[in-house]
Design a protein around this ligand. Sequence first.
Ligand code: 5GP
Ligand code: MN
Length: 340
Amino acid sequence: MNNNISPAIIDKAGDLIHRAKNIVLTCHYNPDGDAIGSCLGMQHILKNRGKTVSVIVPNDFPGFLRWMPGAKKIVINKQNPEKAIDLIDHADLLIHLDFNQASRLDTLQEAIKNTKAKSIMIDHHLEPETFTNLMLSDPKASSTGELVFEFSATLWGKKAIDYNAAICLYVAIMTDTGSFQYSCTTDKVHSIVADLLKTGISPNEIYDQVYNQFSENRLKLYGFCLAERMEILPHLHLGIINLSQEDLRKFKNRKGDTEGIVNLPLQIKGIRMAVLVTERESEVKLSFRSKGKIDVSSFARKYFNGGGHYNAAGGNSSESLSSTINTLKKTIIETKISMS
Ligand code: 5GP
Ligand code: MN
């Protein structure tokens, strides 16, 4: 399979799966397309191998992912903690997908604390933390969906990835590559996607289900961000968008509505780093995107208690919205990060 994950580890993971009957799959807080797509893809593949498999996510996920095969049966820990605990108590194996720090499980961390189940992590973020029995980590992979495909195809052959699994893995790869535009879009990605298409899935329908399901309010929120809340600092190659709780209320914000907004400033010629600063109920959340040699992952880790990928990362701050923006600008100027 992958150059960066040794065959011995794949075999060991295959062995743990072979010996398990009840398997629980989890992903990170605020699940995105790769998190949900990888969990559901893996679920279909493992179910076809005779396993009893559940997906538990820490909190709710956006409506534009709810149409995916298996999504309606996902257990949301915040809404149904008893069910989550019960499934974890009966699990022989936990597979953690699309995150590499236990803290990203949020309240689910507590739920798995006393588990006797073995655990595997499959992920592509930088600087993994050791919190599982086995770690399949490849930061060069475009997405966890890519890793799930390669892992399953290596162990059980490409036929193990059926139509439903292919839909889910396609969503995972499409969303994490920005619809095949980011630099992580390799020849391998296209070759995996070709295999997925051979199962009969429809790329234009999947794209439509994920990206063209905006509410009127969501599209108006995009317009508002661009017209009223975007600050462009051309000399720093930087664009910052900020959103307050009041702004979000005004546009009747629903889960997932702010997704994609952070990318918008990068459409401007000369802008190489973009930040979305959002006032959440209990913290201020920061999303970072960059082009080329601007390492926003290290920046987010060092200054905003976060992490992620080289060109796409996130973090948070306990300061107010306005002081977070001030700290952010000061830090960007001092470190000259956007000038890299
Ligand atoms: P987003 O900006 O879309 O929320 O996240 C971009 C990338 O950074 C994703 O891969 C996500 O998993 C990661 N990320 C977002 N927020 C955090 C965070 O607070 N901590 C860490 N370690 N990673 C984050
Ligand atoms: Mn991912």
